[in-house]
Design a binder for this molecule. Sequence first.
Ligand code: TPP
Ligand code: MG
Length: 319
Amino acid sequence: MAELDEITDVSEFAGPEPSASVPVLAAPSAPASAPETANLARRMREDCLAATSSSGAGHVASALSAVDILAVLYGSVMHADPENPKDPERDRFILSKGHGGSAVYAALAETGFIDRNDLLKNYYTDDSIFSGHVSHAVPGVELSTGSLGQGLGVACGMALAARLDAENWRVFCVMGDGECDEGSVWEAALLASTLELDHLIVIVDRNGMQSFGPTDETALKLGSLSEKFRSFGWAALDCDGHDHAALKAALETPHGGQPLAVIAHTVKGKGVSFMEGDIRWHYDSASKDELRRALSEVALQDGGFPAGTVVRAQEGAEA
Ligand SMILES: Cc1ncc(C[n+]2csc(CCOP(=O)(O)OP(=O)(O)O)c2C)c(N)n1
Ligand SMILES: [Mg+2]
């Protein structure tokens, strides 16, 4: 914690100075294109890494796994207004795998709901609203989670509320694949299809790992989750959970009369070579040297724009 100021200034790891025509992330009313959501994802990865490393928090790999899903949701798919986080018309988002909360905070910070410096300084510190498992004390967060298997039931309730109020907003719920070992997930899944909750969209972060290792070897055999959801009366499809165009297309698949499940195939720790697929990073946080290496890798993943461009533009640098 003593070196917070150094660590939270991720711009030192970024690329060249921004050019005069800085592309700034589009407002939610004008959905971002694939390069812009790629750029959003890169900035989110920087934030997840910096926040978890400086605070000594775990679960960085779980957050990195879901970053692309959240970047597409927040940057391109969901209707959500940072100026009005309680807008009754907003789409609702639940991170049911609440241990990956730093990814939600990063999405909220990088789309203007919360202050990024506040997040990086206070994440996982005593009395902070930014608890390691996602908290609804943070503006833009609908539901505190952390005990796995609960988010989908709440998402069903929200989708039913929208139906009863004749509202058009949707509910997006991201779950872990290990989380699908919980019986409550499948009880809620049956409820959703029984009630034909077609405003409900689940995205399973299918990284093939849970807390002790591979899902199918260290816990229950999950097999094909899309087949399972279909057999439970859902529309369901598989996609690459790091391909933004594929994710967007999957999330916009027509599914009239049925809830939709997108099984997003991901890599735990995605974006940092020494974290990818290594169970250590379910628990561990990066040392200062590891953070430096991780950020320098992530800085190269900028969706076609010079690394560091939008981070500095948002921090008020003159474009
Ligand atoms: C009900 C419950 N049981 C156990 C845990 C402990 N736990 C935290 S993360 C985790 C693994 C989750 O794996 P997965 O859902 O695949 O998420 P990933 O980190 O791979 O994205 C477990 C078992 C918990 N949080 N809640
Ligand atoms: Mg998993």
